[in-house]
Design a protein around this ligand. Structure first.
Ligand SMILES: C[S@@+](CC[C@H](N)C(=O)[O-])C[C@H]1O[C@@H](n2cnc3c(N)ncnc32)[C@H](O)[C@@H]1O
Length: 247
């Protein structure tokens, strides 16, 4: 089953990429919009419930604002909350995030298990970034929030990381923009390399399901085919979008 969740203001909700901490709307609006998306994910059987700790989420947000060096990011407060909530609900033992740039997307996922927003104990949370200098900055950022090393960033091609990962992957976050030929089309290569390691119920998150829908066509066709994923929802509450799929 595949469907789309729209907020009616999705095309008016806009962030400034180099001002990630700017407040864009009253907190209760943000919570209501994200709750509505979580409700759809629950109805379609992707999430077992919709409850997460709002106080811990805000502690996570404050720690990132205080400790992370973020030159720019397309992760706005709604998306940060949605990623945190999905991870807090699914509680993946192992999570891999592909294409993490400065680490903001990665910690939006991993922050449900490390730092002041932690609400469960994870085993391995790996952010993958192919550019060494970006991976080094992301790792520095993550170390400031998670001294334990449960969350860490590696400088690698994400296709190689998932290919060599020896354990089940319960949550895969896709944001790598690939090379000139594939662009964000690399999502499908990464997911195909991870596919057999992802147990039933595992979740795949694909950023830019709206503004990269063209390059993502093959990926989106794949996850929306019930032969591959039992449900997939395109969450549209901003101009970027997040395709949320369950195996
Ligand atoms: C556009 S950035 C993602 C930014 C993120 N959406 C945000 O808002 O913070 C995509 C990143 O993927 C990285 N990347 C591209 N191909 C990759 C690959 N094969 N494996 C890992 N990272 C890759 C790029 O170097 C880049 O830093």
């Amino acid at each position: 089953m595949a469907r789309t969740y729209y907020s009616d203001d999705w095309d008016r909700y806009k962030m400034v990429y180099n001002e990630p901490h700017r407040v864009l709307e009253p907190l209760e609006n943000e919570i209501a919009i994200v709750d509505a998306a979580l409700d759809v994910l629950h109805e379609d059987g992707i999430l077992p419930h919709t409850k997460y700790d709002h106080i811990k989420m805000m502690a996570h947000r404050e720690a990132v604002a205080e400790l992370f060096e973020i030159p720019w990011t397309a992760i706005n407060p709604r998306m940060q909350r949605l990623l945190y909530a999905i991870n807090a609900i699914i509680q993946p033992e192992n999570m891999i995030a592909a294409g993490v740039f400065c680490g903001n997307t990665f910690i939006s996922n991993a922050g449900a298990a490390v730092g002041p927003g932690a609400c469960y104990t994870a085993k391995q949370l790996i952010g993958v970034e192919i550019k060494e200098e970006e991976a080094a900055r992301a790792e520095r950022n993550v170390r400031r929030i998670d001294p334990t090393g449960v969350a860490r960033v590696v400088a690698e091609d994400a296709v190689d990381t998932v290919t060599h990962f020896a354990e089940p992957i319960q949550l895969l976050y896709l944001d790598a923009d690939g090379d000139r030929e594939r662009g964000k089309g690399i999502y499908l290569d990464i997911f195909e390399a991870a596919y057999d390691k992802m147990p039933p119920g595992s979740v795949i998150l694909a950023h830019n399901s709206v503004n990269s829908a063209g390059r993502l066509k093959h990926y989106l066709d794949f996850v929306r085919d019930p032969a591959h994923c039992r449900a997939s929802v395109n969450v549209i509450f901003d101009g970027e979008g997040l395709e949320v799929s369950a195996k």
